[in-house]
Write a protein that binds this ligand. Sequence first.
Ligand code: GDP
Length: 486
Amino acid sequence: MVYLKGAEVIEGGDFLGLGDIADSLARSVEDAASRTKSAMFEPVIRLGVTGLSRAGKTVFITSLVANLLDRGRMPQLLAASSGAIRAAYLQPQPDDAVPRFEYENHLAALTGPAPHWPQSTRYVSQLRVSMKVQPAGLLSGLSGPRTVHLDIVDYPGEWLLDLGLMDQSFADWSAEVLARNASREFAAEFLAMAGDFHARDTFEESDAQALAQSFTATLNAARQAGYSDCAPGRFLLPGELEGSPVLTFAPLAKPDRPARRGLWREMERRFEAYKSRIVAPFFRDHFARIDRQIVLVDALGAIHSGPPAVEDLRHAMADVLKAFRPGRNSWLSFLLGKRVDRILFAATKADHLHHSQHPKLTAIMEALLREARDRAEFAGADTAAISIASLRATVEETLDHKGRTLDCVRGILDETGKAAAFYPGELPSDPAQLLVPAGQGETKWLDGDYKVMNFRPARLDLRPGFGPPHIRLDKAAEFLLGDRLR
Ligand code: GDP
């Protein structure tokens, strides 16, 4: 192994002298030795954090890290409350080519004198928290504390949903997307253009650009309307790829005889390039190395948007589970050396609800998860559902309103900067009351009206040893990490 790596360097690089070769081999041996040592004595947990854009990934990671460094608010993380975690600190992350999660900036946004929400996740990033843990049990007195590294990998959920593209041809993918959008008003313009253009037998870049722009606008409108089926994910979060040919394609119905140099064939080529140049490297370099996963879901946002968004969320959750259990013949199964063994689905922003409604939100998440497991025929990893608030921005208040007692939350409205009490509506105790109409294609809730407000993070006065206030972040951490910290 080690020598192979050295040989690769020599072959691929410019000419190297003998001294350089010996140097590079020695370095490889040292690297490998230090990696082996750290793998044996300093276990690494790679925690994947994902969810669609604005699901709450950035706030979650920031608050989790702050609450691991100062563990006063983590009683349900047993290794924290028992004192087994002796110390926690940030370390340089081991992957040089992956951007570091901007923890300090995000924390300053949330906890500074004028608190505000941080910039959202747009690409993959990573952060390493290392913990000195004193083992419990028989051997506890004999050995000193050991170091456990937690590598948190933040990546957009939109990229995960791209997995579905890998096993699809351009023709099949196009047919599926066009059919799904047929009944959506906001897709009408794109569908008309795609219908006009699809059989063009010469290729013009301007046609490709017009189609890709209109398709991207449709995907953005779908996200706005609360839909989760927004692949290809890089169309929504292009980063440095914006405008490149690999993102300049769109679904087109297959003409009877696609011309060799026509529009359809070029779109097909770009679709395949997107898969091999963008989707595959992401799964190989990041996804395949994850041990534990949390999937953040803005379930309240979907409920507020209405039954089609909830129905869509059901599909998205099943798609996510499929990514963690690819079929035996899928290309991904060749990549996955080890499997993720715990996956937590967390409804975020639970501080929008009075605690009396939290069990209802959790029950809805559990019902969605049960269905997603059935749809994806998923088995293997431990899965669980929970509702959390990574950063609690509200306090609870019970008000009398027109002769009714309402359990409200009070916070500072993001839009106006004014404090207000807010009643989001009563979630049903039986999740079927939401999931059945969603599954039956209803477009509006018959007997409920659910609202969401944007609250600003509250000003914090943190005592030493205490991280930012949250709801059940410690319970989520216990599920994801607890067994590895004992
Ligand atoms: P990302 O795109 O998944 O990284 O999402 P962010 O972490 O940036 O969160 C998106 C938005 O959701 C934030 O700007 C907040 O408005 C809201 N948000 C996230 N977490 C919480 C939370 O715990 N409580 C409340 N009230 N709002 C939250």
